[in-house]
Design a protein around this ligand. Structure first.
Ligand SMILES: Cc1cc2nc3c(=O)[nH]c(=O)nc-3n(C[C@H](O)[C@H](O)[C@H](O)COP(=O)(O)OP(=O)(O)OC[C@H]3O[C@@H](n4cnc5c(N)ncnc54)[C@H](O)[C@@H]3O)c2cc1C
Length: 392
């Protein structure tokens, strides 16, 4: 073993969304911290766009992450067979390439270990690489993404294509859900479109389905949907600039035990995501802020303290998710023919309830609102779904 006597303050394992945000926050709050970011791939989390809503984070958090934001829009729209609606809340996106370059500028090249060195062992305060080199830190943060996530639920699967158009598309704000497309009986499907530049659009075919990946037939069908959608909107597609395929779990129930093994875990590794939308960027910002604030209160980072802080955060997060697990069960175990009606009903609710839903901040009043009025599922259907279908 090659033992290295140098101690980093933090080693962040996995330069995905969460550890990148944590590195950014730590650097902003305490520039003198020594942070090492280790990634399996050659850059940050492949080629990705992560979006969030204005009210998902506080105004001070907006100021902090402003340099990371690649695209922003003052509002967004949704489209359903019965109505189109513009929602007057900002929408923002961060591109992994931009995040990568911001971090490199901020941390310096010596703080990155990319590629070719796989991690063999992780302990709370050290890692062992495949060349048998040991690197020490006051605290290791494991953000290596999903691992053997076994759950009861469905998946959100995507094919997103960023297209260059021969003429301007004329779209000024994102369409985060266009559900006017043909629906199949066993999935809920919509198109998500982000106008990136006047001639460039990100068009994503999104489905909530029982399948965890796009089969070749589904992929072909998604490409066809995207092209048909562009044609319908008179967008002349010229060249694909970027493509992303992905899958997010949408669970019906909380996993009982989070196995920590005394290592600080974050992000998907720690089950930290909004269980209905599958998104996690705003939650990452919140935890990154908590960790960074802690780092300013001490001269030496203590992993035991951080472990407690992160565990507390996870438990609080899981409590907030209970209502979303219930919504997932109601939505996905109900008759698939009512999926569109449920979504349409949801987007007819007041803007405040919609933004609280995305922000993980539903009040009791919002929850009552979601189930009052004329929801497309009757109380009887809901109880049947919760108690019988789920227990089966
Ligand atoms: C198509 C798609 C679109 C999405 N859009 C959004 C969105 O708009 N907004 C949003 O909030 N969320 C979105 N999500 C969800 C979001 O991507 C995840 O919640 C988020 O990436 C989780 O972050 P993470 O850091 O836990 O994991 P990841 O971002 O997956 O990062 C894990 C990193 O660890 C690295 N790694 C793995 N093993 C090792 C190892 N042994 N050594 C070193 N490195 C390792 C991986 O290469 C990876 O870079 C989307 C997901 C998909 C699939």
């Amino acid at each position: 073993m090659k033992k290295n006597n140098y101690y980093w303050d933090f080693i962040l394992v996995g330069a995905g969304l969460w550890n990148s945000i944590i590195a950014w926050y730590l650097r902003q709050y305490k520039p003198k911290l020594n942070i090492l970011l280790i990634e399996l791939n050659s850059s940050i989390s492949k080629d990705h766009i992560w979006s969030f809503h204005q009210h998902d984070i506080s105004s001070s958090q907006h100021i902090f992450i402003k340099p990371l934001i690649t695209y922003s829009w003052p509002s967004y729209q949704v489209k359903f067979p019965k109505f189109n609606r513009q929602i007057f809340s900002g929408y923002y996106s961060i591109c992994s390439k931009h995040l990568n370059s911001c971090l490199k500028q901020n941390l310096g090249n010596n703080n990155f270990l990319f590629n070719n060195k796989t991690i063999e062992i992780i302990t709370p305060t050290s890692i062992c690489l495949n060349n048998r080199e040991i690197i020490n830190a006051n605290c290791i943060i494991d953000g290596r993404g999903l691992k053997d996530f076994q759950f009861k639920g469905v998946y959100q699967i995507f094919l997103g294509q960023q297209w260059y158009l021969s003429s301007p598309h004329g779209l000024n704000i994102p369409i985060i859900m266009d559900a006017t497309i043909n629906q199949k009986k066993d999935e809920y499907r919509f198109i998500y479109t982000l106008p990136l530049t006047p001639n460039s659009l990100m068009i994503e075919d999104t489905r909530y389905t029982k399948k965890s990946f796009l089969t070749p037939d589904m992929l072909k069908n998604s490409i066809h949907y995207i092209q048909e959608y562009a044609f319908k909107n008179k967008w002349k597609l010229v060249k694909i600039e970027r493509e992303e395929v992905g899958c997010i779990p949408i669970p019906f129930k909380n996993k009982k035990i989070i196995k920590f093994k005394k290592i600080v875990c974050v992000g998907l590794r720690a089950n930290l995501f909004h269980v209905t939308t599958g998104y996690s960027l705003p939650i990452a910002i919140q935890l990154a802020e908590n960790i960074a604030k802690y780092s300013t209160t001490t001269t030496q980072i203590n992993f035991i303290f951080l472990l407690k802080l992160v565990k507390k955060f996870i438990i609080k997060h899981q409590k907030k998710q209970r209502f979303f697990y219930l919504l997932n069960r109601l939505f996905f175990l109900s008759n698939p023919r009512s999926h569109l009606d449920i979504m349409q009903y949801f987007y007819s609710l007041p803007e405040k309830t919609i933004s609280n839903f995305y922000a993980n901040k539903l009040s009791l009043f919002d929850k009552i609102r979601i189930f009052s009025g004329k929801p497309p599922i009757s109380l009887f259907q809901a109880l049947h779904t919760i108690f019988f279908k789920f227990i089966k």
